[in-house]
Write a protein that binds this ligand. Structure first.
Ligand SMILES: Nc1ncnc2c1ncn2[C@@H]1O[C@H](COP(=O)(O)OP(=O)(O)OP(=O)(O)O)[C@@H](O)[C@H]1O
Length: 575
């Protein structure tokens, strides 16, 4: 996508309203171009016994009524349509953010996108609203006004008067380029600041519990200082640009008063003409006062446009709108090697196994041994190498992402809750024919034990991120969401960790009776997978053992070591 394509999306929808606003603005500027001549003519009536002066006063009143009405309409339409642009661009960015590969967020975090959707879109709005208003004023008052001025006095005289303006415009352009570079850099640090702010507020409880306020505050100070420094660089250039544009008009008017004053004294110009010419010069140089501001607004807008375009060019996932679902089949994993883009070592090495359809499979192992990575590949959050994972005969790498994700229900370790009702959190958007009812899903996740009243209350909305729930309650609502989807494959990523033994047993008893679903369950707690049809034991990215609980205990391998370590802990806790 090119910048023009982005803006065309706005102009196609709102272009005509924007055009009305722009036309009104031009009409106002044209009307203002008559003002200096009117003033001059009105003053010349004074030397003719004020004949016609009253008529000029009526003209003035009429002109300013028309200008005021046009101004109201132009501001409403132009600035109003620009607000629509802001709205539209945020929609485009949000839709892109939902399609960008998840690896982008692993590398960059969410701060940059948040800054794009707030700060950068606002800079573009200001550039296209206020910036365009200044440009129109410059074109009509300064350019057209200059042409009229040249006709009224001679070209050489006009150039003499306007020379300082040309010199200052060139300087402003040179400084403007520098400003854009500085602005881009300042906006990047703003992203870091947003990101840090987000981390800070998410981890507020942990920060307080560990008394880390001063350390966090020092880290924040560093980022804040950098942001301040970069913005000061921008402010310095802004500070030079603005006075430069203010000086130019005064020099021009001084030159004009000097030259035209002499002509008036020598009788080569009437007082009315003298006033007309000086009023024109005021009109011409007036918008130039805003020229420095314009350069700054435009450069900020361009820097934001660069950043937005960079983001819009990122590769995306191809998501179609299919409701297709993979059939329930055995999953075959064949010599699967995988490493993350930003790391050298293999996260998974030569992983080979078969997962029979309808089975309950446990995945256990040391931390960082590759269990969650396998889930990320299965659900397409990371790109799976070709010919490594098959659903029946179907290579996962050849399955469309939508179909794959329709076929898999995923319950992550970290609960994700929206501030809406529990039922809406369970349903979570799209409704496919295979879905369970909310009641069945809630039953399976044992929600009625303590959340039945809240679940039945259609008006009760959860606090942000479910802050008004316990860790276990959040986990069970997340599980209910996975059960509600009723997909052929269910992935449970260590989501029993916050549950008590009774709840775990209740939920597992239900899951072990399910035969029309393949369930893969990662758990650090081995009692969760004890009754699994098969347990895969991971170590350093490899499956080092597989079998039932009994077989693995008999193996005397890593599983037994882990099991005895946990049993030891349990005895210790009981004692
Ligand atoms: N986004 C990532 N980028 C780079 N490396 C990663 C990323 N995610 C995980 N890893 C690395 O891949 C390896 C496997 O991680 P994974 O999360 O799959 O382990 P795990 O067995 O699920 O661990 P745990 O039980 O602690 O959750 C680890 O060495 C980890 O550091």
């Amino acid at each position: 996508m090119k910048p023009i394509d982005l803006f065309m999306q706005f102009f196609r929808r709102e272009g005509w309203i924007y055009a009305i606003g722009l036309t009104m603005l031009m009409a106002i500027d044209v009307a203002f171009l008559f003002v200096p001549q009117f003033i001059g003519n009105a003053i010349d009536t004074l030397s003719n016994n004020k004949e016609g002066l009253v008529t000029y006063i009526y003209y003035f009143i009429l002109l300013f009524i028309i200008i005021t009405i046009l101004k109201v309409i132009s501001r409403r339409t132009l600035l109003g349509s620009i607000r629509r642009m802001e709205y539209l661009f945020r929609e485009i960015l949000c839709s892109k953010a939902l399609q960008v590969k998840t690896t982008y967020y692993e590398a960059n975090g969410p701060g940059k996108v948040m800054a794009l959707m707030t700060n950068d879109v606002t800079s573009l709005r200001v550039a296209l609203g206020l910036g365009v208003m200044i440009v129109v004023d410059i074109i009509f008052y300064s350019v057209v006004g200059s042409i009229i001025l040249i006709q009224k006095i001679n070209t050489v005289l006009a150039f003499k008067i306007m020379t300082p303006v040309f010199l200052i415009i060139v300087t402003i352009f040179v400084l403007g380029r520098k400003l854009r570079i500085k602005q881009r850099s300042a906006q990047a640090t703003y992203s870091d600041l947003t990101e840090f702010g987000q981390e800070l507020f998410q981890g507020m409880d942990v920060i307080r519990a560990f008394n880390r306020e001063s350390i966090i505050s020092n880290s924040f100070e560093k980022i804040n200082k950098l942001n301040y420094k970069k913005n000061m660089d921008v402010a310095l250039l802004d500070a030079i640009l603005t006075p430069l544009t203010r000086i130019a008009p005064f020099i021009c008017i001084s030159i004009s008063i000097f030259i035209c004053g002499h002509l008036a004294v020598e009788g080569k110009m009437t007082i009315g003409e003298f006033v007309t010419i000086n009023s024109f010069i005021m009109l011409i140089v007036g918008p130039l006062i805003g020229f420095g501001g314009l350069i700054s607004i435009v450069q900020k807008g361009l820097a934001s446009l660069d950043r937005i375009m960079d983001f819009l060019h990122l590769p995306t996932e191809t998501i179609d709108d299919t409701d297709e679902v993979l059939p329930l089949e055995d999953i075959h994993i064949r010599y699967l090697d995988f490493n993350y883009e930003n790391s050298k070592g293999h996260a998974l090495s030569q992983v080979t196994t078969t997962i029979p359809k309808g089975s309950f499979i446990g995945l256990v192992g040391k931390p960082g041994s590759g269990k969650s990575t396998l889930f990320k590949l299965l659900i397409g959050l990371q790109e799976c190498p070709e010919q490594s994972i098959y659903f029946g005969n179907q290579d996962l790498a050849a399955v469309s992402l939508s179909k794959l994700r329709n076929s898999i229900a995923y319950v992550p370790t970290q609960s994700y809750l929206l501030s809406t009702t529990i039922a809406d959190n369970i349903k979570f958007g799209k409704n496919l024919p295979m879905h369970e009812t909310v009641e069945v899903a809630a039953q399976k996740a044992d929600l009625y034990r303590d959340l039945g009243d809240l679940l039945n209350d259609d008006l009760h909305e959860l606090a942000e991120e479910g802050h008004d729930l316990s860790g276990g309650q959040k986990q069970r609502i997340n599980m209910a969401r996975g059960f509600y989807k009723n997909a052929p494959y269910l992935l449970l990523d260590d989501c029993f960790s916050a549950l008590d033994a009774v709840t775990v047993t209740t939920i597992l008893n239900t899951l072990h009776n399910v035969k029309e679903q393949t369930i893969l369950c990662i758990s650090q707690r081995l009692e969760v997978v004890e009754k699994a049809d098969k347990i895969l034991v991971f170590d350093e990215g490899r499956i080092v053992e597989e079998g039932t609980h009994k077989e693995l205990l008999a193996n005397n391998g890593l599983y037994r070591t882990l099991y005895e370590a946990q049993k030891g802990e349990a005895h210790y806790e009981e004692a």
